[in-house]
Ligand binder design. Structure first.
Ligand code: A2P
Length: 311
């Protein structure tokens, strides 16, 4: 079925997860509760989103009232760039576990291929070289200890993913990247397939609520809209179904109950081949370029370097 995909660890990842980026404290807890109640089993978190404490309180409530059991949920978190020195990695995971009130994560990801000086905000000047070898060894130890049942990366180009695969004893299970019909990740998808790394798609709707992202990219794309009209579905459903049909898990964010349901209704229908082909023709554009991590003369002096030309 398309409700789960297999990871290289042998575990299963639910193909639909709830995104929590920019889900404000005060709202995200209710969204998590509502999502699990309507059937979501996968929550995508990150330390930097600043809302793991509230997600943790919601999870606790759901466990206590018997809505769901821990073993039936798939919880992801991500280590932030300023915690990537090997000695900081275990503490960072523990902080997420403490806030989420869990004793293990289903998946722990390196959020960006990029280390920031401790105490620095997000800026190209604060980027320092990442020693992926020592960082990954620590990630592997957390995997061995069972604190992270799978480990992976996020925002890694084909080349950076290869760099990890070459040194890994425990290969990354997932590369979580921007992915939607307007940024289909064709090259990365091929590499991930060949290397048995699951591709998870963030911003599957093109993050239309984000001020600095063009809100017209995905949901108002003419091809997406045409396919949606032909199938009697919404553009959001088409974008999400496209991802799942490609074999990616998708992580749409919403805090609204009607949309939680809408975004979940993607499993008992499919996009037929001739309409799928229309989506293949969409002009490709990376929406999340990571410009803030780039600095002339820094570790990454251009977005081309950050993505190794995949832009
Ligand atoms: P809201 O949280 O107010 O529902 P992405 O997952 O690509 O980052 O996109 C998230 C954005 O898309 C949020 O602004 C969210 O708004 C909006 N959104 C989520 N689901 C839908 C939907 N089914 N139709 C339209 N917009 C949606």
């Amino acid at each position: 079925s398309t409700r789960f995909f297999a990871l290289n660890t042998g575990a299963k990842i639910p193909s639909l997860g709830l995104g929590t980026w920019q889900a404000d404290p005060g709202v995200v807890g209710n969204a998590v509760i509502a999502a699990v109640k309507v059937g979501y089993r996968h929550i995508d978190c990150a330390r930097i989103y600043g809302n793991e404490k509230e997600v943790g309180q919601a999870l606790k409530e759901l466990f206590e009232d018997g809505t769901v059991r821990r073993e039936d949920l798939f919880i992801t978190s991500k280590i932030w760039c300023s915690d990537l020195a090997a000695e900081d990695v275990p503490g960072a995971l523990q902080s997420s576990l403490d806030d989420l009130q869990l004793d293990y994560l289903d998946l722990y990801l390196i959020h960006w291929p990029c280390r920031l000086k401790k105490g620095s905000g997000l800026s190209g000047e604060a980027v320092v070289p990442l020693d992926i070898n020592s960082t990954w060894k620590t990630m592997e130890r957390l995997y061995d200890e069972g604190k992270a049942r799978a480990i992976g990366v996020s925002n890694f180009s084909c080349k950076k993913l290869e760099d990890v695969l070459v040194i890994a004893r425990v290969p990354p299970a997932v590369n979580q990247v921007e992915c939607h019909p307007c940024w289909q990740q064709r090259k990365l998808r091929t590499v991930c397939k060949a290397r048995n790394v699951h591709l998870s798609g963030y911003s599957p709707l093109g993050s239309p609520g984000t001020a600095w992202i063009s809100s017209s990219a995905v949901l108002r794309n003419p091809a997406v809209k045409t396919v949606a009209e032909k199938l009697g579905r919404s553009p959001a459903q088409v974008a999400l179904r496209w991802g799942v049909q490609m074999g990616h898990s998708v992580l749409p964010k919403t805090t609204k109950e009607a949309r939680l349901r809408e975004n979940m209704d993607i499993f008992d229908w499919s996009i037929p081949e001739e309409l799928f082909a229309k989506l293949e023709e969409i002009e490709q554009v990376r929406l999340i370029r990571g410009d803030l991590l780039v600095h002339e003369g820094g570790v990454y002096s251009s977005v081309e370097e950050l993505w190794d030309g995949e832009i």
